[in-house]
Design a protein. Sequence first.
Length: 267
Amino acid sequence: MNNEHHANLHDPTDRTLRTCRTAGCRDWKMMMGAGEVRRVRLGAGMVEVSEIGCGTSVWGETSKGFGSSYTEPILSQAFKELVEGGVNFIDTSEVYGHGSMREGCSSEQLIAKFRDQLPVEAPPVVLSSKFFPAPWSHTLVGGGVRLGRKAVVEAVRGSITRLGCGQIDLYQIQFPFPYVGGQQALLEGFAEAVELGLCKSVGVCNFDVNEIQQAHAILAKHGVPLASNQVRFNILDRRVQQSGLMNVCKEMEISVLAYEPLAKGLL
């Protein structure tokens, strides 16, 4: 099961959070070690997450083994163990497992079920989801054609409904894409989502130096800080470090969420 977990190993000197993607509960205990999972703040905001997070890109994905090599009860148990073990940061996307949405088993829908199954005394879960910026996204998750700022607000509300929550803690752009209406409209939609109370903080994924600077500037005009940039980073792939992206993020108080720090199990 190539289930993706994020291990946020925070370096207080550079505001970097490393995110790890692993299978089930296999590797998170190893990365956490014997000690308690620390909490770190995303960017300059108030959202605090565990150093280790859980990515859910294959939850609900039948092409990746959902329903055969791993099932809903297995994921439910993994979710419960993670949360009770101190991992409170759960990362998903509106398109993860979208093929199982009619059955109520997309990634977001599964997370909603698993949260409801947690004991009353369980610690609160910090939810992160993503906006898929391609114009044809509505063919995957419903809603209207993706264009302009209003499409962002509509998408956030869709994720909130599927997640069964009142507000998303971190809402991210899934990848850089020539958005219909322009990047300013896209980011203004994210700012509006914060202003409407639909999400607490906003972030991006896989943005380079120029893209991160542009996003930061547009959001700043609306008084909304850019909390994070989620990128691939491990000892085999240090491009984001070599490009100077990490230093730029540090200067602007943007947390770096590093996915695949174990290189999909190679490390």
